[in-house]
Design a protein around this ligand. Structure first.
Ligand code: T5A
Length: 209
């Protein structure tokens, strides 16, 4: 039996981690075997790479090529060690960010050649393509407002300015238009309303009988 691979994408503060946890709880309450994971990270090696990528300040010098290769290295390890084995054993894998993040952050916002980004993504993911990508869409201003309310300090990427996140948001809107696996939901709604919409769409796509 083959499992299901679902990813969550969106700008900082859009609520994807909140919705991922709510979907995982609902699926588990319905007797499903669920794995929750994230990128960058998800494995011991991936979490070390995550610290390298996100700790520090915006002024740290990261070449765009070095940055993308670190994200892809984390992903390759994640796919081989955790995601593919889980899917092959019939589990539902919910992943906070995946390849689309690289397309919009490194490709659209950091302007790396999209052909190269897609090639590197394909190399890192092998046969592991999401069956559905959940995208809570909020304005950049709302994302900034939510992040400002949190206790933790901003990571290296969160320190970018508003125009950077406007590019990210436009990149996601374009991907959502072009790919039927995307499910875009209004992320400015109440968390319970968003969860209900995601749950209904998930059931429609995967629990047909
Ligand atoms: N990255 C990642 C790349 O550049 N390239 C890549 O290839 C990959 C994989 C990862 C960073 O790495 C970059 C992208 C990112 O910059 P991260 O720590 O994983 O960073 O951070 P984010 O993914 O951005 O996660 P955040 O925690 O910032 O945001 P979430 O997950 O969207 O939001 P969430 O659920 O934590 O909610 C944020 C706050 O809003 C509240 C929550 O309670 C929380 O306080 N909230 C709501 N408030 C009102 N109404 C709602 N509907 C709400 N939903 C949540």
């Amino acid at each position: 039996m083959s499992g299901i691979f679902i990813t969550f994408e969106g700008i900082e503060g859009c609520g994807k981690s909140t919705q991922l946890d709510m979907l995982a709880n609902w699926l588990r309450a319905n007797g499903k075997d669920v794995i929750v994971t994230r990128e960058p990270g998800g494995t011991d090696l991936g979490e070390k790479i995550r610290n390298l990528l996100l700790d520090g300040s915006k002024s740290d010098i990261f070449s765009v090529r070095a940055e993308i290769l670190l994200f892809e290295a984390s992903r390759a390890q994640h796919v081989d060690e955790k995601i593919l084995p889980a899917i092959k054993s019939g589990k539902i894998v919910l992943c906070d960010r995946f390849c689309d993040s690289t397309i919009v952050y490194q490709g659209v916002a950091r302007t790396m050649d999209l052909h190269i980004v897609k090639f590197l993504n394909e190399f890192a993911v092998s046969e592991c393509i999401p069956a559905m990508t959940i995208f809570p869409n909020i304005s950049v201003a709302e994302g900034f407002r939510r992040i400002a309310l949190e206790d933790s300090s901003r990571d290296r990427i969160e320190q970018e300015d508003e125009s950077f996140f406007e590019k990210i948001r436009s990149g996601y809107l374009k991907l959502a238009k072009e790919n039927t696996r995307f499910f875009m939901v209004d992320g400015s709604d109440n968390v319970e309303i968003i969860h209900e919409k995601i749950r209904n769409e998930f059931a429609k796509r995967f629990f047909k009988n």
